[in-house]
Design a protein around this ligand. Structure first.
Ligand code: MG
Length: 457
């Protein structure tokens, strides 16, 4: 039997032809539109902005979600193939009441998904996400008659608007003077067009690879070291100063240095934070699983880092509340609120290039400036009760640790930490640990493994 459709805080995700169909997408559009109407001002026709990544199933889902929204009387502005952050930017630019992104992010081609955004550009908080899910499951829709149906309009300005917002947070002329040779790997996802436009405007000599938005991914789409070997080789062959890799919906960015070495996604936020914090005073925000490199960078300028539960909406929410000047997640997701409250690979590219231009340093020299840590990640099958028992036993094992229980449990030691958390979408527990050396990190991982064996066997 096909696996059930996954419905989480950030929307739905499934496999086309197995558990995600046009009919479901239409009903999800009905549910979202009905939810917005029930929570909206009531006296005006609502408008939702819709974009999609490049997957072949995108047009089908776009049409279905649009039909669902129109059927409950909500107008739709389609942006075509755009990055996820572009939708967040355009929905606010066009004063829409919500946004929809048709994407399965870094998942392989058979997958697709529908991600929802509220009028502030952020995913609905858990209570609202639950209300939308309930409407979808109960088919609690509010259809309208013929004359009140929504209409679909097309907007072609999205990339232009997005690129301009990013150019505004850097000094394009100082970057352009360097005439950087840059390789951009867009994995045939949604980020190629906007990415190239941005790099062109920054005066870069761009070598674009996998920049056709076919959705037929040129390599496994998650921007990890194993999946980016070809990019590493091209950077060396082309004698580029940096290689940038976007995931299919271009909210995440991974970096390859001038020697053709994959530096790891954790460095994307660290470098971006260093750039922003060298220019402005203010706080940063990162989720509990993000490297402490950002703490070192903030500490050097006397700034604070707010730690949040994992999830883009949590980081963005904390950034708005605390007026943070930079934030994001360790998976290569950088958020600058001046552009939008969404992780954005274009923001990350611009800030990294600005840092290179301001310091005159290469990526490998910039990396050498940041204290290095060893990070280990594990994933175990565990139900909610087992996960809770593991957390309690770990608390007993590490009584001296400073504890944060806002998302599972994070244990902080003097120069290392362990984060144990339960997945929102599957019965698994994740363990992430970081220490100044691999032996220490392995020690924490071994302790958790011993506890796990006692609990689960
Ligand atoms: Mg993504």
């Amino acid at each position: 039997m096909a696996q059930e459709l996954i419905i989480s805080v950030s929307g739905v995700r499934g496999i086309i032809g197995e558990n995600l169909s046009a009919a479901q997408a239409a009903e999800y559009g009905c549910a979202f539109g009905s939810f917005l109407k029930a929570n909206g001002p009531g006296n005006k026709k609502l408008k939702v902005c819709l974009g999609r990544d490049s997957r072949p199933s995108g047009p089908m889902l776009e049409a279905a979600v649009s039909a669902g929204l129109c059927s409950v009387g909500v107008d739709v502005v389609t942006l075509g193939i755009v990055t996820t952050p572009t939708v967040g930017i355009m929905l606010r630019e066009l004063e829409c009441d919500g946004g929809v992104v048709i994407t399965a992010s870094h998942n392989p081609v058979p997958y697709n998904g529908i991600k929802l955004l509220l009028s502030n550009g952020i995913a609905p908080p858990p209570v609202m996400a639950q209300a939308i899910k309930q409407r979808f499951l109960d088919k609690d829709f509010s259809p309208v008659g013929s004359v009140s149906c929504g209409v679909v309009m097309r907007n072609q300005d999205a990339n232009h608007v997005h690129v301009h917002k990013v150019l505004d947070i850097v000094q394009p002329e100082t970057i352009a003077m360097k005439k950087y040779r840059v390789v951009l790997d867009s994995v045939n996802g949604a980020g190629g067009a906007a990415g190239k436009q941005l790099l062109d405007r920054l005066g870069c000599d761009v070598v674009a690879v996998n920049d056709e938005p076919t959705g037929l991914f040129a390599h496994e789409p998650e921007p990890t070291e194993t999946n980016l070997q070809s990019l590493c080789e091209i950077v060396t062959e082309e004698q580029a100063v940096v290689g940038f890799a976007q995931d299919p919906d271009a909210d995440r960015l991974a970096i390859v240095d001038e020697k053709g070495r994959y530096i790891g996604e954790e460095y994307t936020l660290a470098l971006a934070a260093r750039q922003i914090m060298s220019q402005q005073q203010g706080k940063a925000a990162a989720n509990l699983s993000t490297s402490r490199m950002i703490d070192d960078i903030a500490q050097a300028v006397g700034a604070e880092v707010i730690r949040t539960p994992v999830g883009e909406a949590n980081v963005a929410g904390a950034m708005i509340e605390n007026r943070c000047i930079i934030g994001g997640e360790g998976n290569g997701g950088v958020i600058d609120l001046r552009v939008g409250p969404i992780r954005d690979s274009l923001v990350a590219m611009a800030l990294v290039l600005q840092l290179m231009a301001d310091t005159g340093k290469t990526i490998s020299e910039l990396i050498a400036d940041v204290p290095s840590y060893a990070m280990l990640k594990e994933k175990y099958a565990a139900n909610a009760d087992q996960a809770q028992t593991i957390i309690h036993m770990a608390q007993a094992a590490w009584p001296s640790a400073t504890i944060n229980t806002s998302d599972g449990c994070r244990f902080d030691f003097e120069d290392s930490w362990v984060h144990l958390r339960v997945s929102n979408t599957e019965p698994v527990m994740r363990m992430i640990t970081e220490a100044s050396d691999r032996v220490t990190a392995q020690g924490y991982a071994d302790t958790v493994e011993e506890i796990r064996k006692k609990v689960i066997g």
